[in-house]
Design a protein around this ligand. Sequence first.
Ligand SMILES: [Zn+2]
Length: 68
Amino acid sequence: MKWLFNLLFPTSARDRKMCKDKVRFANEPAANEAIRRINPTRRKDKPNRAYKCPKCRGYHLTRSPKQQ
Ligand SMILES: [Zn+2]
């Protein structure tokens, strides 16, 4: 019934929720400043990277390894 789910939720509800639940920063410098404050040693088990979110056009923090 994946087609029905996709019909009802064109954008993944899970992605929306994840985005909504995250702290959003207006720009990359602000996000990086937040990382410096909460994770000054860039530990891998804490947020250590900012990325631009295509859903809300803001920046979120992540602890995922850098992609690409
Ligand atoms: Zn977002």
